[in-house]
Design a protein around this ligand. Structure first.
Ligand SMILES: Nc1ncnc2c1ncn2[C@@H]1O[C@H](COP(=O)(O)OP(=O)(O)O)[C@@H](O)[C@H]1O
Ligand SMILES: [Mg+2]
Length: 505
C-alpha cells in the first residue's frame, strides 16, 4: 500500500470549493488553499489520499470524527468548517491558518525560551479544552501546530488521527500516523489512549523546541517507538534544567504519573516561573552576551536552537511581534517572580514596585483616546444605564486590584471577567463612554510603567512579556513598541537605550 499517492489540484473537483493553490502535503493528505464559494471565504481544504478513502472503515470514521471535531471551538484549535466526500474523494475544510507550521519554525531556529513556553502553553490550552470535551488528538507534533497571524499557535487535525488509526491496523501499532517521534508509550504499544497521551506528545515537542532534536533518535521508526516505551525520560541539558519538571511531568512513562490535564501543566509552568531561582529565566538571555563565558555557551550543541540570533534582532519575523494571549497568563506569575527577586529594583521602595504610577481610570481625561487598533463596537439602542454602571464598576474594581494588589491579574484576561473585558462590554453598550475609554487607557499606562521597570532592571525577558501584555490591549502603542525593541536588543545581548520613564498617562 502506497500511502503517498496524493491528489493534485487538477484531479480535484469538489462542489462548492474553488482551489487556489496547494499549501502543503502530509503523508495521508494534500492540503490546498481554496475558496468556499457559498461564504466566499478562504479555507484550508484537506483532501485525503485515495488510498485511505478506499478503506471503508476509514471513510466512515473520517466523517464521524470530522462531525464531532467540528464542534470543538477554541482559540488554540483549528476550526473545522465542513467535511464530506465527492466521487470518493474525502475532504475536510478547515480554518486557513496562514503563519506556517511549528515544524518550519523549528527548522529556522531562533525561538527564545519565552516563545517556546508560550507555544507550549497555547498547545496545552487547546488540548485541555478538547480533553475536557472527551477528545484525544493522538497526533500532537510540530507539523500539526500552526501559527496564526497574531503569533498564537493552534493545533490542527483533531480527530483525523483516530480515523486513520482504525483504518491501518495492518501497519505497525501507531506508526500509521506517521512519525513515531512524538508518540506516547501507550500509543507505541497500540494500547487505548486518553488525553494524557497527548500531554506526553506535548512533552516531546517541548523537549524538541528546547534542545533542537526529538527526545529519542534511532535509525528506524520502530526503534524510536520502542524507545518511547523503554528508555528513561530524557534530561534537558543544563541551560534548561530548571524546566525539567515540565518535561518529566509530561513525559512520564506511566500516564498516571503525568500532569492530569493541560491546565495542570500550565499551572506548573507558572509556579516554576514564579519560584525559579534568581536568574533562571534570564540565563537564556543574558548569558548570550558575547564573551560572557556562560554555561549556555558551553552547551554548544543545544545553544544554536534557542539562541536569539543576531538575525532575529535585525529582522524579526512577523509573528514575533504580535501578542499571544496565552503569554498574558504568565504575567501574574512573573509579577510574583519580580517581587520575590532579591534584586528587584533595590533602590525603590517595594510600594512603588507594587503600584506603578497609574492614575485611577476615573481621573484620566474624559476624552482619553481608545487605543489605536481597537474597534469600537456599534451602538445598540440607548444604553441600559444600570447594566452600564455594573460593567464600569466591575471594570474599575478589577483595574484597582490588578494595578495595586496582584499586578496584572485580571486586567486583560479572561475575556469575560477582566477589567478590559468589562470596559469593552461597556463600550459595546455605549461606544463613547468616557469612563470605559479612560479605563482601557489606564490599563495600557499600567503596562507601560510595569514594563519600563523591568527593562530598567535589564530583565529583558520579563520586560518583553509585560510589553506583549500591554500590546494585547493596544498593539499600536508607540512607547510599548520602543520598549519591545529594547527588550529584544537586550535579550540578544545588546545594550539598548531605553526611552525615558513613561509619563503618568
Ligand atoms: N488549516 C491549515 N491552514 C494552513 N495550512 C495548513 C492547514 N492544515 C495543514 N496545512 C499545511 O499543510 C501541510 C500538510 O498538512 P497535513 O496533511 O496535516 O500533514 P502533516 O501531518 O504533516 O501536518 C501542513 O504541514 C501545513 O503546512
Ligand atoms: Mg496535519
Amino acid at each position: 500500500m502506497n500511502a503517498t499517492v496524493l491528489l493534485t489540484s487538477v484531479d480535484i473537483n469538489i462542489p462548492g470549493y474553488r482551489i487556489l493553490r496547494p499549501i502543503g502535503e502530509g503523508g495521508m493528505a494534500s492540503v490546498f488553499l481554496a475558496v468556499q464559494e457559498s461564504l466566499d471565504r478562504e479555507v484550508a481544504l484537506k483532501v485525503m489520499s485515495p488510498v485511505l478513502a478506499a478503506n471503508a472503515e476509514f471513510a466512515s470514521r473520517f466523517v464521524v470524527e470530522g462531525k464531532i471535531t467540528a464542534k470543538l471551538q477554541h482559540p488554540n484549535l483549528v476550526t473545522v468548517y465542513d467535511i464530506g466526500s465527492h466521487n470518493g474523494v474525502y475532504y475536510l475544510a478547515a480554518e486557513y491558518i496562514p503563519g506556517g507550521t511549528l515544524k518550519e519554525r523549528l527548522a529556522e531556529g531562533g525561538l527564545s525560551v519565552g516563545q517556546i513556553l508560550d507555544i507550549a502553553t497555547d498547545i496545552a490550552q487547546g488540548l485541555d479544552f478538547a480533553h475536557s470535551k472527551g477528545f484525544v488528538h493522538r497526533d500532537v507534533k510540530p507539523g500539526n501546530v500552526l501559527f496564526r497571524a497574531d503569533g498564537r499557535v493552534v493545533l490542527a487535525d483533531f480527530g483525523i488521527a483516530k480515523a486513520m488509526d482504525g483504518s491501518n491496523s495492518s501497519t505497525v501499532a501507531g506508526a500509521s500516523i506517521g512519525t513515531p517521534d512524538y508518540m506516547s508509550p501507550e500509543q507505541a504499544r497500540g494500547e487505548p489512549v486518553d488525553g494524557r497521551s497527548d500531554l506526553y506528545s506535548l512533552g516531546t515537542v517541548l523537549y524538541e523546541l528546547l534542545v533542537g532534536t526529538p527526545p529519542y533518535q534511532a535509525g528506524d521508526p520502530f526503534t524510536v517507538a520502542l524507545m518511547h516505551v523503554t528508555h528513561p525520560v530524557p534530561e534537558l541539558p543544563e541551560p534548561w534544567q530548571w524546566l525539567q519538571p515540565l518535561v518529566s511531568g509530561l513525559m512520564a512513562k506511566q500516564a498516571d504519573q503525568r500532569f492530569k490535564t493541560g491546565a495542570a501543566f500550565v499551572e506548573a509552568l507558572h509556579q516554576l516561573l514564579a519560584t525559579a531561582p534568581q536568574g533562571a529565566v534570564l540565563q537564556e538571555t543574558n548569558t548570550r552576551k558575547p564573551g560572557s563565558g556562560s554555561r549556555i555557551a558551553s552547551g554548544a550543541a543545544t545553544q544554536q536552537r534557542t539562541r536569539i540570533s543576531a538575525k532575529r534582532s535585525a529582522s524579526r519575523p512577523a509573528w514575533f511581534w504580535p501578542v499571544s494571549g496565552a503569554l498574558l497568563l504568565f504575567v501574574a506569575a512573573l509579577a510574583g517572580w519580580w517581587l520575590l527577586s532579591p534584586d528587584a529594583a533595590p533602590d525603590e521602595p517595594q510600594a512603588t514596585v507594587d503600584a506603578p504610577a497609574v492614575p485611577p481610570p476615573a481621573a484620566a481625561a474624559d476624552n482619553a483616546p481608545v487605543p489605536a487598533g481597537f474597534e469600537l463596537p456599534k451602538a445598540v439602542d440607548a444604553p441600559d444605564q444600570d447594566e452600564l454602571d455594573r460593567l464600569l464598576n466591575a471594570g474599575d474594581q478589577l483595574f484597582e486590584y490588578g494595578t495595586t494588589v496582584e499586578l496584572s491579574r485580571k486586567l486583560t484576561l479572561p475575556d469575560d471577567d477582566s477589567a478590559l473585558g468589562y470596559y469593552r462590554q461597556a463600550l459595546a453598550l455605549d461606544p463613547d463612554n468616557a469612563r470605559a475609554r479612560a479605563g482601557i487607557a489606564g490599563i495600557v499606562a499600567f503596562y507601560r510603567s510595569f514594563a519600563y521597570k523591568a527593562c530598567v532592571a535589564e530583565r529583558w525577558v520579563q520586560c518583553g512579556v509585560i510589553v506583549r501584555a500591554g500590546l494585547a490591549v493596544d498593539d499600536q502603542d508607540a512607547y510599548l513598541r520602543q520598549l519591545q525593541n529594547a527588550a529584544v536588543d537586550g535579550e540578544a545581548g545588546g545594550s539598548p537605550v531605553l526611552p525615558p520613564a513613561p509619563a503618568p498617562n
